[in-house]
Design a protein around this ligand. Structure first.
Ligand code: ADP
Ligand code: MG
Length: 474
């Protein structure tokens, strides 16, 4: 896979020219982000970081990732409805991880009260790397599935145009024409629109629940735009706005500033720092409400690392998706080795193996958003320290995936142009809507390719490590 663009990259002048054209194309196409200096203002904005060139993706693996997405949608939806499974899977985690425990308590509380809404909207993104660790062709291995606030569907809808422009600049119009169209914005919005329609009030709005710091607003605006195009009103609110101005009526309809809310689309609420006491109260209010939640709290829990690890136990998928033999085989084929660190013999054994071979594993806490996992020497030290304490159960272990690095340029504002050895991560967006027992929408809604320099073991685009990319199928 190495060397796809070697010929084009030989001339330094050509690379510089292409990089200038690339940045202008990104601004022109709306691949935008607010600046670190002014994260909540749009007066001066910049381009979201991206690769100069598209990255090679094996077409068989690309197709495999698309083909399994509806299965993953079904699986996440099934987990979210299975109270006993979630309870069992997370039993050891909630004892030691306060964040997961608080989410879980809200989950139980809303079930006790009885759900006020029978429409469910799921927007997720299943992420993969191409593993070259074993001899033979690279294999598609799932990194994780994000069931809340899965981002960059908006900007990913616009990067292919930028990379097409770059390839043309470099004299590769033929290659440019092979870049695939990609429009997650439209797919995500059609899920939200469907949920809005099923809610059944034309005057009700869609509420994007957004963070205090909103650097990635343009990614969200792309999805918003598709909703406004359908004449669906969108409002943007933070947890603190909900705490101050949100209310429920006797039928638990949610109102914000007097406006009825049909759908709450969370782009917030996935890490402990998103919450203070008021924000937890706001979250509870939203979960109790009749608004369709994307995701509801059970679906958020279905996306925890602990659940991911429990899914890899023999027989678990069969219980969650009875009779769906082919879907199960497709899902399982993407699993890397995942290991529980629960107290007991199984956990002792794998902890010892990982301490002896730290470079073969990743140690993951129940956190999202990048930069939380531990690798190599750090993994060894931490595991050594916690191996005899219940604290270790707040982590899971995963086999480290070994992708093949390739050369590219990562374009960032105010950064010098230099080549890096890079690896990529492919995400497929899934969208589904369920009404009662009936799945009324189940789709793969587009893709996201993110690429980072190999020296960073961890971290996504928002974390400032990875950049946006476009797959070039080979
Ligand atoms: P987060 O919820 O923080 O995004 P991830 O599980 O996606 O957590 O891990 C963050 C990053 O760490 C990934 O984007 C990937 O670059 C790297 N990573 C995670 N798991 C593995 C793995 N098993 N092998 C290699 N790299 C991994
Ligand atoms: Mg991730």
């Amino acid at each position: 896979m190495a060397g796809l663009w070697d010929a084009a990259l030989r001339g330094e002048a050509a690379v510089r020219r292409a990089a200038l054209a690339a940045v202008d194309a990104a601004l022109l196409e709306g691949v935008l982000m607010r600046t670190e200096a002014e994260p909540n203002a749009s007066d001066v904005v910049s381009f979201a970081p991206f690769t100069l060139l598209p990255s090679a993706v094996p077409s068989a693996l690309f197709r495999q990732a698309y083909a399994v997405q509806q299965d993953f949608n079904l699986l996440v939806d099934a987990i979210s409805q299975d109270r006993e499974f979630l309870e069992r899977a997370l039993a050891s985690t909630v004892k030691v991880d306060d964040f997961t425990a608080r989410l879980f308590r809200i989950h139980l509380q809303v079930l006790e009260e009885g759900l006020a809404q029978s429409v469910f909207l799921g927007i997720n993104r299943s992420d993969y790397m191409f593993d070259c660790g074993a001899p033979g062709a690279p294999a598609l291995k799932q990194i994780e599935i994000n069931t809340i606030a899965a981002s960059f569907g908006g900007l990913a809808s616009r990067t292919a145009a930028v990379h097409g422009r770059v390839l043309k600049e470099l004299g590769m119009a033929e290659e440019a024409s092979r870049l695939l169209p990609n429009n997650p914005s439209e797919g995500l919005a059609s899920g939200i629109a469907k949920a809005w329609e099923l809610y059944g009030s034309r005057s009700a709005v869609v509420m994007f629940l957004v963070e205090e710091v909103q650097r990635n607003i343009f990614d969200q605006r792309c999805v918003e735009k598709e909703l406004w195009n359908r004449n669906i009103r969108v409002i943007r609110k933070r947890f603190r706005d909900v705490f101050e101005k949100g209310s429920l009526d006797e039928a638990r309809r949610l109102y914000m500033d007097g406006q009825e809310v049909a759908v709450v689309y969370y782009r917030e609420g996935y890490v402990p720092t998103n919450y203070n006491q008021q924000n937890w109260e706001a979250r509870l209010l939203l979960e109790r409400s009749r608004a369709v939640k994307c995701p509801d709290i059970a679906t958020q829990l279905a996306g925890t690392k602990k659940v991911q690890q429990e899914l890899s136990r023999p027989g678990t998928l069969e219980k969650l998706l009875p009779g769906r033999t082919e879907a199960i085989a497709r899902i399982r084929a993407t699993f890397a080795g995942l290991y529980s660190l629960d107290v007991g013999e199984e956990g002792d054994k794998i902890a010892a193996t990982a301490i002896a071979n730290p470079d073969q594993f990743v140690l993951k806490p129940q956190r999202e958003g990048g930069g939380n996992n531990l690798y190599g020497e750090e993994l060894r030290q931490v595991l050594e320290k916690i191996k005899d304490s219940p604290e270790r159960t707040s982590y899971i272990l995963m086999d480290k995936i070994q992708p093949q690095p390739t050369r590219n340029y990562l374009l960032r504002a105010h950064s010098p142009l230099k080549a890096s050895e890079c690896v990529s991560e492919l995400g497929i967006f899934g969208v589904y809507v369920r009404q009662g027992k009936e799945l009324v929408m189940n789709e793969a809604a587009g893709h996201l390719l993110r690429t980072k320099a190999v020296e960073h073991a961890d971290g996504g685009v928002a974390a400032g490590v990875a950049v946006l990319d476009t797959p070039y199928l080979v």
